[in-house]
Structure formats: structure tokens, C-alpha cells
Design a protein around this ligand. Structure first.
Ligand SMILES: C[S@@+](CC[C@H](N)C(=O)[O-])C[C@H]1O[C@@H](n2cnc3c(N)ncnc32)[C@H](O)[C@@H]1O
Length: 308
């Protein structure tokens, strides 16, 4: 059997509006760039559907407005309690995905009237798309230069491989991996790729009009020095992804980036649901002390308080 993919914006809007398919159709990732300006509800749905399929290291790119509101509501009064009004509040919102939940938090902070500097970052912040000569095929790479998809005029193949039930796709995939991907890699190395940002259009627009809000590519395991009054990492350092030693390693790199007296928010949202379990810690004397929980709190709370 042959299986096509979704390569048009109309096809994507239809697929996103339909009841969830048993096997989600392969959607051409570069369609992300067709979503610009203010989005309608159905466009938001389609974009979320598309983001949900984009692999991003050990995770996927998933966030939405208000998703982190419960922890934000705890951070805000804590900032007021800890920092003088004239102090600039520097925030690093890591693993922020498309940063739409960062736009939320930024707006809440901005409403307090404080001086602000907000960095929303994600390691997989862009797609690199190489068009092959002839214009029939494109190869899509992630920000690390790993191939994700091979996109034809009607076909979308996952670089990781095609399912057994689609033998024609498997054949085309084998041919593409052998012939197209090496050519595309060479073009990528020669700087011939188009870069498509994976931030939500509203986050891009905010960054373009307000210099207090920046978007960037940062790695949780090698964070920028800071210091930041607030560091947020939600839905990344979770037990279903990382063991305690790996989380400890990340937190040891992150702690020095938090200003003395500053805050660390870390936790997990459960899948596509609204449940958030998170904790807030403060850096005091080089250690992190527990401040508050949302619901059951962060699963590795003891790792955080046991650092140092
Ligand atoms: C599930 S999203 C979390 C989004 C948001 N923080 C939230 O809770 O709604 C996880 C994000 O981690 C990013 N990611 C994966 N590996 C990373 C790394 N080493 N450093 C920074 N971000 C990473 C992915 O690209 C993905 O966007």
C-alpha cells in the first residue's frame, strides 16, 4: 500500500478538524511557516496538531496558552515579596516549545509595571529545510542537523522510517535515504537551507515589537550564565524522560544561573491534559530551598533540595 501525506495548508486544516485518526497522517513540517499573524481558532488547532508531531529530542513540541498558569500564579507574588520594585526581573523560560505559554507569563509580568528582561528558549527552535535541485523534494532537518522528513509534492516520509503496512513508502524511503538525504546533507553543510522558526507567530511578533522579550536557542544541559531572577523549566526534566542522575546534572548546571534569592520553577504537565504538578524553589546561600507546590509538586523535589 502507498500512503501519501499532508503537504498543503488546506489538508492540514481538514485533518486537524477531523476526529483523531487511528494513525495520524504524516504532515509536512514546513507548513509551520504558513501560519503568520493573528490566528483563528481553527488555525490554532491546525498549528498545534502540526507541532504535536514534530520530534524534539526526548520530547515533542507541545505547549498552549494558560498551560502554566497555576505555577505562574505562585511565582508572581513571590517575585513581589523577594525583589525591590526597582529591581529588573530577568526570566529564563527554558524548553519553552513554541513559547506561547511564555507570552502569557511575560504579559502578566509586564502588567506589574516592573522592569523586565525575558528570554524564552528552546533547543529545537527551528527547522532547516533543504530544497533539492529539480524542486520535487525537500529534506527537513532539525536544529541539530538531523533529518526528520523527506517531503515530495504529495508524499511525506519520516526519516526514522516508514511503517511495514506501507511497503511502497518503504521502498521510496530506502531510495530517498540513499540518494536524496546525502545530497541534502551536503547542501545543508554548505549553508543552503531555509530556516523556519518553530516559535508561535504571536511569540515572534512580541519579540519583534518589544525588546524586553527575546527568543533563543538554549540547551537545558548547558544553560547561559545569567543571572536570572526566575528560571522556569516545565515539562522537560520529568521522570518519564530522565533518571535522577541526568536531572541532577542539568540542575547543577542551572543553579549557578539563578541570582541569589531568585526562583526556580520546575515540574510537569501531564500529556495533553491540564494537570500540572510543579514546585517552586529559591536559591539561598548557593542551595535551592523549597518554596511551594502546585498539586503534588515536582517528582524530583528531593534531587533539587539535595544539590550542593
Ligand atoms: C513538552 S515541551 C515543554 C513546553 C513548555 N515548557 C510547557 O511546559 O508547556 C518540551 C520542549 O523541550 C525542548 N527540548 C528538548 N531537548 C531540549 C534541551 N536539551 N534543551 C532545551 N530544550 C529542549 C523541546 O524542543 C520541546 O519544545
Amino acid at each position: 500500500m502507498l500512503r501519501f501525506g499532508i503537504v498543503t495548508r488546506e489538508g492540514l486544516l481538514e485533518a486537524a478538524a477531523a476526529a483523531p485518526a487511528k494513525i495520524a497522517p504524516a504532515v509536512a513540517f514546513p507548513l509551520v511557516e504558513t501560519f503568520t499573524g493573528t490566528l483563528s481558532e481553527s488555525e490554532e488547532e491546525a498549528l498545534a496538531f502540526l507541532y504535536g508531531g514534530i520530534p524534539a529530542g526526548p520530547s515533542i513540541k507541545l505547549t498552549w496558552r494558560e498551560r502554566l498558569r497555576a505555577i505562574d500564579d505562585i511565582i508572581l507574588p513571590e517575585i513581589e515579596r523577594r525583589f525591590a520594585r526597582e529591581r529588573t526581573i530577568r526570566v529564563h523560560d527554558m524548553a519553552a516549545s513554541n513559547a506561547i505559554s511564555s507570552v502569557d507569563f511575560f504579559e502578566q509580568l509586564a502588567a506589574t509595571g516592573r522592569a523586565l528582561s525575558y528570554l524564552a528558549s528552546d533547543f529545537y527552535d527551528a527547522l532547516l529545510v533543504v530544497s533539492l535541485p529539480g524542486g520535487r523534494w525537500r529534506v527537513v532537518f532539525n536544529a541539530e542537523g538531523e533529518p526528520l522528513q523527506i517531503v515530495g509534492r504529495r508524499m511525506v516520509l519520516a526519516s526514522a522510517g516508514e511503517r511495514k503496512r506501507f511497503p511502497v513508502n518503504r521502498l521510496v524511503h530506502r531510495w530517498a535515504e540513499g540518494r536524496l538525504v546525502p545530497k541534502a546533507r551536503a547542501l545543508l553543510a554548505a549553508g543552503k537551507a531555509e530556516r523556519i522558526a518553530l516559535f508561535h507567530p504571536e511569540a515572534l511578533a512580541l519579540a519583534a515589537r518589544d525588546e524586553r522579550f527575546r527568543l533563543g536557542r538554549e540547551n537545558v544541559f548547558e544553560p547561559p550564565r545569567g543571572p536570572f531572577e526566575v528560571v522556569k523549566i516545565v515539562s522537560f526534566l520529568s521522570p518519564h524522560r530522565f533518571d535522577r542522575d541526568t536531572v541532577r546534572r542539568a540542575l547543577m548546571a542551572i543553579t549557578p544561573t539563578i541570582a541569589e534569592g531568585g526562583l526556580l520553577a520546575v515540574g510537569r504537565t501531564q500529556g495533553t491534559g491540564d494537570r500540572l504538578d510543579a514546585s517552586l524553589f529559591a536559591r539561598e546561600g548557593g542551595r535551592l530551598v523549597w518554596v511551594a507546590d502546585v498539586r503534588d509538586g515536582y517528582a524530583y523535589k528531593d534531587v533539587v533540595t539535595g544539590l550542593g
